[in-house]
Design a protein around this ligand. Structure first.
Ligand SMILES: [Zn+2]
Ligand SMILES: [Zn+2]
Length: 352
């Protein structure tokens, strides 16, 4: 039975959350209703909680997992009620040049807006979401671990970033920053057969990286990071650098240290935005590639669900704390702390 009402977490103003009773969204043609079980708090939601990025009130959340609750007759799809799944809540139009060429993360088309009883939202922190069937990724494997599956979206972001880095077996990759995104890159780079070097000032985070697969760690405060990286890479520099920290000065330094033909991926965004000095000659003579990585493609999302559903990757060391919806405010404050990687909120689907 699908209830008419559900609980949803709303951020009514900066620094607060409320659990409100709202109407369960009604799936339209081509859509499916998903009962969401878990949602994690991403950096974007942390900014929203601080009153940045979007107008409040807002229903946040986009790193979710759950199961198929209801499929209207007018929706043709291979899903069944009860299928464990994750959903890609951020939409793409499917019709613009970028979508049609497999670059749907860079979509320039019109996107559907989600509204919950008059309040806009991404909708991951509600008990139900109605979403187009092509945004739903069924989890493979028998006993789907829905908590781990909630990592699909951030893992998909990192998988897209790995595609930009184009690692080959035996190469050296430097990952700058040992927060959640740096750590997910460590897991993926290790799977790719590269030597993984993490640069991170926090000792505990360096320890976590070593325990999940980093081969070398460097403390940029206690050590000369550039000298250490050159020492480890025969003075050639790394074949790839994945830059996950919000530090413009360092963003420039890592162009210099890259090997000839190396790839530098600016994974995260920079706040506040600003410019850095840049030498076209350095690129001309070295053929270094400087690129970015923004949001996941549908392909990367599929890859993430396979890696998680088939237990090819273990994200449990990065699941720091879990909270019920009623404790969402604590969950957000804990997510803002340096002590946590990912904080998860249980969305206990009501009415079943
Ligand atoms: Zn995210
Ligand atoms: Zn598009």
């Amino acid at each position: 039975m699908i209830p008419n009402k559900m609980k949803a977490i709303v951020i009514p103003r900066a620094g607060t959350t409320e659990v409100r009773e709202m109407s369960v969204p009604v799936p339209g043609d081509g859509e499916v209703l998903i009962r969401l079980r878990h949602c994690m708090i991403c950096t974007w939601e942390q900014r929203i909680f601080k009153g940045e990025d979007v107008a409040l009130p807002f229903v946040p959340g986009h790193e979710v997992s759950g199961e198929v609750a209801y499929i209207p007759e007018s929706t043709v799809c291979d899903l069944k009620v009860g299928d464990p799944c994750v959903v890609k809540t951020f939409d793409s139009c499917g019709q613009c040049e970028f979508c049609r060429r497999g670059m749907d993360n860079l979509c320039k088309g019109k996107k559907k807006k989600r509204i919950y009883d008059g309040i806009p939202g991404s909708g991951g922190m509600a008990e139900y979401i109605a979403i187009s069937s092509d945004r739903i990724f069924k989890l493979p494997g028998r006993n789907a671990d829905l908590e781990a599956a909630a990592f699909s979206e951030p893992l998909a972001c990192c998988l897209h970033s790995m595609e930009q880095a184009q690692l080959s077996f035996g190469e050296d990759v430097v990952i700058v920053g040992g927060g959640i995104m740096g750590q997910l890159h460590v897991l993926l780079a290790k799977l790719s057969g590269a030597r993984v070097i993490l640069v991170e000032p926090d000792e505990r985070r360096r320890g976590v990286a070593l325990s999940i697969g980093a081969h070398d760690v460097i403390d940029p405060v206690g050590e000369d990071a550039e000298a250490e990286i050159l020492k480890l890479t025969d003075s050639r520099g790394p074949h790839a650098v994945i830059f996950t920290v919000n530090n413009l000065k360092l963003a420039g330094d890592y162009i210099k240290i890259l090997a000839n033909k190396g790839r530098l991926v600016y994974y995260g965004s920079f706040h506040p935005k600003n410019d850095i000095p840049f030498s076209p000659n350095e690129i001309h003579y070295s053929e270094k590639v400087i690129t970015g990585s923004y949001s996941p493609t549908v392909k990367a999302f599929w890859q993430a669900t396979q890696l998680l559903g088939k237990n090819l990757i273990d994200v449990h060391p990065l699941l720091s704390e879990k909270y019920d919806m009623a404790d969402a405010e604590t969950a957000f404050n804990r997510a803002l702390s340096m002590e946590t990687f990912r904080v998860l909120i249980h969305l206990n689907g009501s009415g079943d």
